[in-house]
Design a protein around this ligand. Structure first.
Ligand code: GDP
Length: 444
């Protein structure tokens, strides 16, 4: 899901790379493309409008940043706005002070309620809870049986009406289930309710009656992310007819465009709590707006990295260093400063692990040694300011002195100096191509 959107947005944003300044036209073009990308992904029109307006305003007013170039700033803004429409902070499930906590599931038939009931119970168990399921979908033939199978798989008890009593009254079953959960000390009761193929009054009335009978602590609206624009209308109908406190997105593993699901929070004002992405019990997770946004922007945790970089590099430092990189004037003193700033961001393997594609380099990252960095730092510290400024003057006797002073071998000093020259040459070549911060974009 969201692959097409993700590809589009990533490509729009990468078009900005290498630009030193963003003109009004750049911002307009980018915003127009973002708008098309969102609309093509089925994101609801009012949501798209609000989103693009915000991005445009913020991009125009963006301050000159020490650590980020203009393209990175736009990425940051788009990401923050995306996190915003997805709900901002992660919204955790709320538990009742007096157990049992009652969670009612509502949604159209086929949205994945029964499957979700099992997943939710399974997850609650893993969190140390003692959940029970209540079978209050007495409409669909076999729904009770299906819930019993799901319950068995998840290893949880199911409260169901006795067989052979006709259709039965779901409100009564729900009420008795709560009493049963209370008396047998289950701490969470998940109530599965009937859905219809479309929104209708009878369905809403029944769900509202169950709601009134059990006063749920959470009513979760279950939304199939594969349905297109209708999702928004259905969500609004459920909000007005039954009311809900949160949304669960299901079938996120599908290949539909999914943008409607991205609109649901903004349109209904209620947060997304969980996401379901498969038919198996454990294909289910707490929904984190920030992680979803960075997944859509296809950038690992690079945004966290951007933020940490902003904090770690002091004013002027990044810009000055980047300028030097471009001209090949970088000294070992600058290198030491940079290295210390990067290390302030955390263990080096973690910092690099946040880059996109880091998953593929897991082994190399695990082999990264902080001690090696300590050694590099010690060697540079063992040099005189003149040596740091112009490493070319480091002759044989200086090497020996530095090695002795920093407790390493002469070969270590040799290696460091050689690598530094190589790196400086490489950076000079690369700086132009990548538009490093403060580089003014370099070559275009
Ligand atoms: P209900 O009518 O709302 O209770 O929906 P069900 O739980 O019976 O689900 C309808 C269908 O969707 C079933 O075939 C489920 O296996 C399937 N399903 C539910 N959740 C997911 C999901 O996250 N991913 C996929 N691929 N299928 C799902």
């Amino acid at each position: 899901m969201f692959d097409a959107l993700s590809d589009r947005l990533t490509s729009v944003l990468s078009d900005l790379r290498g630009k030193g300044r963003l003109s009004e036209t750049d911002i307009d073009t980018t915003c127009r493309e973002i708008r098309i990308a969102l609309l093509e992904a089925d994101v609801a029109l009012p949501v798209v409008r609000g989103f693009v307006k915000q991005v445009k305003e913020r991009a125009r007013g963006a301050e000159v940043s020490e650590a980020l170039n203009p393209a990175q700033q736009v990425v940051k803004i788009v990401n923050e706005e995306l996190v915003g429409i997805l709900g901002g902070e992660t919204r955790r499930l709320r538990f009742a002070k007096q157990p049992p906590t009652v969670i009612m599931l509502a949604g159209l038939q086929g949205s994945g309620k029964t499957t979700l009931a099992g997943k939710l119970a399974f997850w609650l168990k893993s969190q140390g809870h003692t959940p029970m399921l209540a079978a209050c979908d007495l409409q669909r033939p076999n729904a009770v049986n299906q819930l019993q199978i799901v319950g068995e798989r998840a290893g949880v008890e199911v409260f169901a009406p006795e067989p052979g009593n006709g259709v039965g009254d779901p409100v009564d079953v729900a009420r008795r289930a709560v009493a049963d959960a209370r008396s047998r000390q289950y701490d969470v009761l998940v109530v599965d309710t009937a859905g219809r193929l479309g929104v209708d009054e009878e369905l809403m009335r029944q769900a509202a009656d169950i709601r009134d009978a059990v006063t749920p602590d959470e009513t979760l609206f279950v939304l199939d992310a594969m349905v297109g624009q209708d999702a928004v209308t259905t969500a609004e109908a459920f909000r007005d007819g039954v009311g809900f406190s949160g949304v669960v997105l299901t079938k996120l593993d599908g290949d539909a465009r999914g943008g409607a699901a991205l609109s649901v929070r903004e349109v209904t004002g209620e947060p997304i709590l969980f996401a379901s992405n498969g038919e198996k019990l454990d294909e289910f997770d707490v929904f984190h707006p920030d992680r979803m946004a960075s997944r859509i922007l296809g950038m690992g945790d690079v945004l966290t990295l951007i933020e940490q970089a902003e904090q770690a590099f002091e004013e002027g430092q990044a810009e000055a260093a980047a300028a030097k990189m471009g001209t090949g004037e970088l000294t070992l003193e600058d290198f030491l400063e940079q290295m210390m700033a990067v290390r302030k961001m955390g263990p080096i393997a973690n910092v690099l692990g946040m880059l996109p594609g880091a998953n593929q380099m897991k082994d190399q990252l695990a082999g990264l040694d902080e001690k090696h960095l300590d050694r590099v730092q010690a060697i540079i510290r063992g040099m005189t300011p003149a040596e740091r400024a112009d490493p070319k003057i480091i002759n044989g006797s200086r090497r020996l002195r530095i090695a002795n002073g920093s407790g390493v071998g002469v070969t270590d000093v040799n290696q460091l100096v050689e690598r530094f020259f190589e790196a400086r040459k490489m950076m000079k070549n690369m700086a132009g191509q990548f538009g490093l911060p403060g580089m003014g974009g370099g070559r275009k």
